[in-house]
Design a protein around this ligand. Structure first.
Ligand code: NCD
Length: 312
């Protein structure tokens, strides 16, 4: 059984074989990318539109590279240059894109659920590139690929996701993926930044780094998302770093071979110390970026073949 959906809107609801299929295919793209070859016939004649209503560097670029390596025509639409600024609604934008016969639509939006809404209105396969505080499925897939290549598995690992979990779509997608694949997820951070639905998500909550990181296989740090905070949920950056910033001393309680991850962009000296972020023996942050391109190629490949439509 392979991937059974027309779109990729969320990790929640996917089955382990669907996740496994995307990761196996991504694995082959890692090899292709490292060989310096491309596969431009695969998406030749297809149009991919990157529709970004929110800032992004690595995610947008990585979808663009992924699409181009597979031969798609890639168009980047950022909000500042589109008529969304002139008051066009999301659904009008959808109708316009539909009329252009776009095949693959990659959407980032500050409202949770916006990609789902678009998916109901356009013919294209829609990929959620991050919606509000909801999900960021390709980030969780690239994190999973990084972990699986380093640890050889995705089950029975202890994963500590630390920091601003409340506002993080990356955390939510990772929680769904890792618990679905049989790992144990802990979230670690101040009470003001913890998710309210921990029990439903099947995760453990810690307010202390030493306890939360004890024996962890993976330490995943998150950016403090000040732009999504309505009021001051954290003290000063200095104080935050003292209690919740990852440095060598805090990392020492995790397993000796624990991996350090961060989706980027990093606030160095706020949630993570540069010495840890740049430590080649512990940090896989750059590898995550490399895996991002391979995962997005696998997603574009899979959705462009219309697997879901044929199998259902
Ligand atoms: C994340 C995002 O946009 O959700 N970044 C990313 O995609 N690499 C995390 C963040 O903004 O902190």
């Amino acid at each position: 059984m392979s991937y059974r959906q027309k779109h990729l809107l969320a990790i929640e609801g996917l089955y382990p074989p669907e996740i496994g299929h995307l990761l196996d295919l991504a694995e082959s793209y890692v090899l292709l990318n490292r060989s310096g070859k491309t596969q431009r016939d695969l998406l030749r004649g297809r149009t991919l539109i990157n529709l970004f209503f929110e800032d992004s560097t690595r995610t947008r670029t990585s979808f663009e590279i992924a699409g181009k390596r597979l031969g798609a025509d890639v168009i980047n639409m950022s909000v500042s240059t589109s008529s969304v600024n002139k008051g066009e609604t999301l659904l009008d934008t959808a109708a316009t894109l539909n009329a252009m016969h776009c095949d693959l639509l990659v959407v980032r939006h500050d409202q949770s659920g916006a990609p789902n809404l678009l998916a109901q209105k356009v013919d294209a396969a829609v990929i959620n590139a991050g919606d509000g505080t909801h999900e960021h499925p390709t980030q969780a897939l690239l994190d999973a690929l990084t972990i699986r290549r380093r640890k050889g598995r995705l089950e029975s690992l202890v994963v500590a996701i630390c920091g601003d979990v409340l506002h993080s779509r990356v955390a939510r997608s990772n929680i769904h993926l890792l618990t679905t694949m049989g790992s144990r997820v802990r979230v670690v951070g101040p009470p003001t930044l913890m998710p309210t639905e921990a029990e439903r998500l099947g995760i453990e909550v810690f307010h202390d780094m030493e306890r939360g990181l004890a024996g962890a296989d993976i330490v995943m740090m998150l950016r403090l998302q000040r732009e999504r905070m309505q009021r001051g949920l954290v003290p000063s950056a200095r104080e935050y770093f003292r209690f919740f910033g990852l440095d060598a001393a805090k990392l020492a309680v995790a397993k000796p071979d624990a991996l350090v991850m961060h989706p980027g962009p990093m606030n160095r000296g706020v949630e993570i110390d540069s010495a840890v972020a740049d430590d080649p023996h512990r940090s896989v942050i750059r590898e995550q970026v490399e895996m991002g391109v391979a995962v997005r190629m696998a997603v574009l490949d899979t959705l462009s073949r219309g697997h879901g439509r044929n199998e259902f």
